[in-house]
Design a protein around this ligand. Sequence first.
Ligand code: GDP
Ligand code: MN
Ligand code: MN
Length: 250
Amino acid sequence: MENIVVTGIKGLPLIKAGDNITAMICERATIEHGDILCIASTIYSKSKGHTKALAEITPSDRAVRLGRLNKEDPRFVQAVLDASKDILMEYPFILSELPFGHIGVRAGVDQSNIDDGMVIFLPPDPMHAAAQIREEIRQRTGKKTGVIITDTCGRSFRRGQTGHAIGWSGFTAIRDFRGDVDLFGHELKITEEAVVDEIAGFANFVMGESNNGVPAVLFHNCPAWKGHDEIYFSKEEDITRKLLIEHNPK
Ligand code: GDP
Ligand code: MN
Ligand code: MN
């Protein structure tokens, strides 16, 4: 197998609403068949105007209460509530389920890498966003690629945030090893690898979090895999979610 080559796309400007980020990336990258392009959700959202000025937000009673509880601007809390389908935990931080299935701290609403007083929402339909960018790349370059929309997320049990895939297109989220045999001939019964998150994690490492200015990362020579897209547990399967809701009655 050839080595995987990972390239951060440099030289992109600060992204504004209306920018065509696919065109801007294609101008700065050499994209080949089978490459995987990771794009930070933050620039996708800025380009599509999924942002809001805090000054335009009127906090509800709940947002005022949670703002006091968590020592946060109630207008920011209102943005988080607006982006959430369900609140799984209110304190010591808001943990939200988003309409597209992702569960994340403060609904993934960011106040970094944007002007003061503005918030950035996660893309409302990141699967569609990834599919659309993939198609635009195909039209511009003639190359069939994979696309992952990433966000930096916290996780349970371990300190530190990592990159997660919130949208993807061109392959399955999961590489399914069930039915394969290991080096000793044992059949694998439960191993499903969340490949999209592993790639998003490394992309996040190349992007950095602050002023690196690298919101897109290209992976060349990744091997193909097969599996399925059911990355989110159903409500019935999700033990952590059940326990959280039991311990955080509304
Ligand atoms: P998130 O993980 O999607 O929330 O995005 P981050 O705010 O962590 O940014 C990821 C990377 O993209 C970092 O290297 C940022 O410096 C960079 N970045 C964010 N916004 C822009 C932008 O508008 N233009 C450029 N060139 N880089 C950006
Ligand atoms: Mn983010
Ligand atoms: Mn980040």
